[in-house]
Design a protein around this ligand. Sequence first.
Ligand SMILES: CC(C)(COP(=O)(O)OP(=O)(O)OC[C@H]1O[C@@H](n2cnc3c(N)ncnc32)[C@H](O)[C@@H]1OP(=O)(O)O)[C@@H](O)C(=O)NCCC(=O)NCCS
Length: 114
Amino acid sequence: MDQPGVSDAIGTITLSFSATGAKAAALGFVLARAHWGCGLGSEAVREVLRYAFETLRLEQVTAEAAAHNLASLRILATVRFKHMESFIDASDDEPCQRFVLDAGIGLRLLAGAD
Ligand SMILES: CC(C)(COP(=O)(O)OP(=O)(O)OC[C@H]1O[C@@H](n2cnc3c(N)ncnc32)[C@H](O)[C@@H]1OP(=O)(O)O)[C@@H](O)C(=O)NCCC(=O)NCCS
């Protein structure tokens, strides 16, 4: 029987939308540590970007990552996110980086043109 609060999920990946109705969303992803280093993060990000740009036809996707999380920074760089700014996360005082990916660049990458 399923236990309340216990899940078989090994991670989550989300697109969050603001109330402004802009054709943009914020990407978030987290994977259980036991599954790091197998390429799952990279694969999930590419597929959600495909959904964001090809199906939802968003114009822009943003993302934030802790400055110490080299795997997430690498994933965002590989799919051509552009650095916007550095900031301190108020919830835990961690240095973070904010990135943006425009649809034109994202679609070219997903089509294998870049
Ligand atoms: C980000 C996260 C999902 C990584 O997923 P993953 O499946 O382990 O990542 P991958 O195996 O796809 O590796 C991604 C890249 O990072 C590189 N990498 C992995 N660990 C690394 C490390 N410690 N240092 C440098 N590069 C690293 C990999 O070699 C790979 O690069 P490549 O594509 O050039 O081969 C995982 O670290 C995580 O859940 N972090 C906490 C949450 C978070 O930071 N989310 C991101 C912002 S919302």
